[in-house]
Design a protein around this ligand. Structure first.
Ligand code: PLP
Length: 438
């Protein structure tokens, strides 16, 4: 089933954006990406939105200025009614946020200058001194580092659980977190998961996390479940449908999709977005107008690009899985573990195009493989039009302690590959010659 098979008006726990209809038919995200949230008549008929390079916006009169500030500062509920100042809101960013919300079926979305800015502002908005964050592992190293090394400076602690944990195991971790919070005079402030986890592709059972959270706190209370959906979103996994409250993206990856920008976002119900918007208003970190414009352009082709990359990855993995020098693949299209298979069947709409390749050998074999690639580029990041390959243990996850790396399955013989939209047989030829050199 593809993303476009989902009727965005299906009733869900999360309040839905108003989706335009024609002949009673709710328009699909791929259609809405061409114009949703932009009115050409407000910009001299320009078919595409101009890039609004301005730091501030002229008020129609002083009373309007007062009203807008009441909305911005929270004195009046409902947020800003108009454009005020580009640290708070601006046209390109608002168009982008409207379109991002569509993909995840979210009521509201916020854009940021990077995925990490989105994650840091989100956590800072919810964590108070002595609070406890519960998180899955592995996380992207910088996310894990922000919790363990930065939030800890402000008295915030964490309890983690492995991706793939069962309902009972998550219940146990939440009970431990509640005890830890009570001892410290704080509260459990957020459950933060990354699924699939970077770089192993281990999946988290979002439904089990939701059930556990609801049981532990008598419903969602004030403990949101946030999920980093960078590896599969927005096409192959819709976490808000499975019990998550906030979906997080590095837009640098599949959404931007051309390895030419850095940005991030979060989306969810307005009530979960409001505290984050308020902190973004104070700290800054909103996406810049040029990047927001580029992202709107990228969103027009995100479905096409992801579909092609997903098809390519299936062909490449088929080839790699049979190669004598390959020990294994962490590809969601070839899961062997029964529990992971079950989570995949319930949560995922496609296997994605980013996976880990385990070579027979260790770092030396991986380095020889990486140095021999001629089409795939040796670079960190993922989700671009071009195929990228990297060695997480010595690159993205170098800062993770060795013991923790072993625990998370980030071994020395693991290469992370993100398949792009090149010709799949050319890619297979490239991997073939690189494996010959190992
Ligand atoms: C899963 C995941 N989340 C978050 C990030 C951070 O995103 P950014 O580089 O846009 O700050 C990354 C970056 O690689 C990532 O892979």
């Amino acid at each position: 089933m593809s993303e476009t098979d989902i009727d965005p008006t299906t009733p869900r726990k999360n309040p839905q954006p108003e989706v335009p209809r024609i002949q009673g038919r709710a328009l699909k995200p791929s259609t809405l990406m061409m114009g949703h949230g932009y009115d050409p008549t407000l910009s001299e008929g320009s078919l595409k939105s101009p890039i609004f390079l301005t730091s501030t916006f002229a008020f129609e009169n002083a009373a309007a200025g007062k009203r807008h500030f009441e909305g911005i500062t929270g004195k009046r509920p409902g947020g800003a009614e108009g454009l005020v100042y580009s640290r708070f809101n601006a046209p390109n960013q608002e168009i982008l946020e409207d379109r991002l919300a569509i993909w995840d079926g979210a009521e509201d979305a916020l854009s940021f200058s990077s995925g990490m800015t989105a994650i840091c502002v989100l956590m800072l908005a919810y964590a108070n001194q002595n609070d406890v964050i519960v998180h899955s592992g592995p996380l992207y190293a910088a996310s894990e580092g922000f919790i363990a090394k930065v939030l800890s400076k402000f008295g915030v602690t964490y309890v983690d659980f492995p991706a793939g944990a069962t309902r009972e195991e998550i219940d146990g971790v939440l009970a431990k977190a509640k005890d830890q919070a009570a001892e410290r005079g704080g509260k459990v402030c957020m459950v933060y998961v990354e699924s699939p986890g970077n770089p192993t592709n281990a999946l988290v059972d979002i439904e089990a996390v939701r059930d556990s959270r609801d049981a532990a706190f008598g419903g969602e209370g004030d403990v949101p479940i946030a999920i980093d959906n960078t590896f599969l979103g927005p096409l192959w996994q819709r976490p808000l449908d499975h019990g998550a409250d906030i979906v997080v993206y590095s837009l640098t990856k599949y959404v931007g999709g051309h390895s030419d920008l850095v940005a991030g976002s979060i989306a969810g119900a307005k009530k979960w977005m409001d505290p984050v918007r308020a902190l973004r208003n104070t700290m800054g970190g909103i996406c810049d107008p040029n990047t927001a414009w580029m992202l709107c352009r990228s969103l027009e082709t995100v479905e096409l690009r992801m579909q092609r990359a997903g098809e390519n990855a299936a062909k490449v993995c088929d080839y790699l899985s049979q190669h004598a020098k390959v020990e294994g693949l962490g590809y969601l299209g070839m899961i062997e573990d029964e529990r992971q298979k079950d989570i995949y069947a319930r949560h995922c709409l496609g296997a994605g195009s980013t996976f880990s390749l385990l070579l027979k050998g260790g770092e030396a074999e991986c380095f020889r493989f990486l140095d021999s690639l001629r089409i795939a580029k040796l670079a960190v990041s993922l989700g671009g039009t071009e195929t990228l390959a990297s060695h997480p243990a010595s690159m993205t996850h170098l800062s993770v302690a060795e013991g923790r790396r072993a625990e998370l399955g980030i071994s020395d013989n693991l290469v992370r590959i993100s398949i792009g939209i090149e010709d799949p047989d050319d890619l297979i030829a490239d991997f073939e010659q690189a494996l010959e050199s190992v």
